[in-house]
Design a protein around this ligand. Sequence first.
Ligand code: ATP
Length: 363
Amino acid sequence: MKHSFEIAVFEGDGIGPEIIAPTVDILRRMAAASNTYSLTFTNAPAGAAHYRETGESLPETSMAVARRADAILLSAMGLPSVRYADGTEISPQIDLRKALVLFAGVRPVTVRSGQFTPLKLPEGREIDFVLIRESTEGLFYTQGRGEVTRDEARETLLITRDISEKLFRFAFALARARKEARRGPGRVTCVDKANVFRAFAFFREIFDAEAARHPDLIADHAYVDATALWMVQKPWEFDVLVTENMFGDILSDLGAGLMGGLGLAPSADIGLDHALFQPCHGSAPDIAGKGVANPLAMILSAAMMLDWLGLRHDNPAMVSDAARLRSAADQVVADRRVLTRDLGGTASTDEVARAVLDALFVA
Ligand code: ATP
């Protein structure tokens, strides 16, 4: 009997609908060809355009779809021209992260041989590490609620034992899975600023306590500033990095830069009961409506979703479909024949999606 999964689809703003449509099409075709799983998709309206039309950025009905679904596929959201009364941007993805307690922001950084990177990698070197960004607290805790007077501005950084324990448990489990899949040595690096802030010494102490439960894995520490340097100088040495929200926000864009830009950077926000998959990039209003957005980060995020669902529901065929989808996208990038403008090509969004389908089903 086929395992059936409901996917909540947040189309988003700007290029969001343009990149999610071909991604859902690819997923539908993969599921149709599978004997072990089927997928249904439920649209959940939300975002900046929705707010402009209705006065609501994340309606309760869409929140209910997200809560009920087995996984959430979310495209880019927000538009610089549409803001709340206090001037902040509409970002329902952050509200979803908090409401569904999606504490682990998973940002894989991979550069396979033949793929573009602005770094000059030593012969035979590839980059393959995962950055885990805590996504519900840290320096984003008072987001939108900071106190600002004429002379002072204050925001609060919050690190809790509860979330940190869950976060580190997740990081070590991921390092173990990568070690078993021969993708890494089984190492977790806690990225912090424990030499300056007591809050990060607390963070590190909780990390060390979790590390002690995994004697078969390697645990070490790095300061965030040194990590930025090493991500440029020797990124192939990393396996799993785990860090606070704001540090992770910044380092994940650096990671996307190593991959040649945001167009290839997928991400997942994972909690104990829910998970959301979305590209790292924003809604790119400068190129929206032209059909030239790169769909690969969205497609790679969908591959992460298949992987997560397959592992969670013990469906190996889904895990292997995730790997097939990832390698089809990698192949399109390595071929360099059908690429969008951001990667130096001239192809449209749909042509790139078609090339991924060809690599999946025709090759
Ligand atoms: P946000 O704050 O919402 O993350 P941002 O300010 O980082 O957004 P993006 O919307 O990610 O900005 O766009 C940054 C630049 O990258 C823009 O020039 C945009 O056109 C480009 N870009 C982003 N995503 C893509 C994509 N999928 N394909 C092509 N170009 C993209």
